[in-house]
Design a protein around this ligand. Sequence first.
Ligand SMILES: NC(=O)c1ccc[n+]([C@@H]2O[C@H](COP(=O)([O-])OP(=O)(O)OC[C@H]3O[C@@H](n4cnc5c(N)ncnc54)[C@H](OP(=O)(O)O)[C@@H]3O)[C@@H](O)[C@H]2O)c1
Length: 325
Amino acid sequence: MKFATTVELKLSNGKYIPALGLGTIPSGDASDVKDQVITAIKAGYRHIDTAWFYGSEKYIGEALKEVFQQGIIKREDLFITTKVWPSFWHSPEKSLDISLKDLGLDYVDLFLQHWPVALHGDQNGQPAVPKNEDGSLKYDDDPVHGTKFIDTYHKLEDILENTTKTKSIGISNYSIPKLKQLLPKIKKHRPVVNQIELHPQLPQRDLVDYCESRGIVIVAYSPVGGPGAPVLEVPLIKELATKYDVSPNEIAEAYHILNGRVALSRSSNLSRIKTITRLPRITEDELEQLYQVGVKDPKRYTCDPWGYGLGFKYWKGDTLSTEFD
Ligand SMILES: NC(=O)c1ccc[n+]([C@@H]2O[C@H](COP(=O)([O-])OP(=O)(O)OC[C@H]3O[C@@H](n4cnc5c(N)ncnc54)[C@H](OP(=O)(O)O)[C@@H]3O)[C@@H](O)[C@H]2O)c1
């Protein structure tokens, strides 16, 4: 059986992205991420997804130093993504400099705008989750109609154009309304990816099609729905896992990879990291059946308040998005 770790997808700028990435949001102690990264690289993963916001970049840096020193892998054989958080919307290059320093790298392969939102952070992006006295998020711009998020994207374009700190730029958590605002305003460099929550319980074919028809590769986060792995309870996933003699996680990953998308998986369990790398050849018909699971009963698991107003479907608690046409 083929391994998901050997598949690469071509980006619109001609570069390649490994189709299976290791997620690095810490489950508990962020220092545990060091061993997760070393384990993943030894198991064949070539793509590490991180972000300034996760607080794990220092430990990923320790892991990378170790694997480079031991000659296990070379820098150029890895694909590393980081992101600028909304409270740092005004200074993405400063955010990237901090990430590079913590990662111990001269460049990342992909630098993403984490969310198309401007939160009220100071010059160091602090606090990362700024709040008003009533507990609501403190913004620098209206989350529905504001355009400061486009300024951030322009700064990412400048970083790509004028420095060697990243090889590609992209976006994350962009809905169709936000893409419609951004794409006509791009100066030169289109986003190569849009990283979004996607799995068989969350049908977003309109968004996926909108991106893919414009050459934007979809990177799927939470392929098993995040903590507790609720997506793995879907009976069809269990049935396919039995049929193909793989784990349910590998079915959840194959759902994306066989559809030409990247999947980001994460685990604090080192043996799970090693054993969720096979790519079963599930059929077109089965891929469509998996898609239909969410059409019948849609569920989104990440409904953070900084997603309010962006125009995503099934976003629990989001009353702002009703303002969209
Ligand atoms: N751009 C964004 O806004 C954004 C948002 C969310 C995530 N991400 C990225 O995407 C990565 C992956 O997302 P995610 O962390 O939500 O991933 P996920 O792979 O859907 O979920 C990981 C969680 O599922 C659990 N799990 C996995 N397999 C399991 C199994 N067979 N049985 C029981 N539990 C199981 C893991 O627990 P164990 O630790 O016990 O294995 C872990 O808590 C993140 O780490 C991050 O890099 C990006």
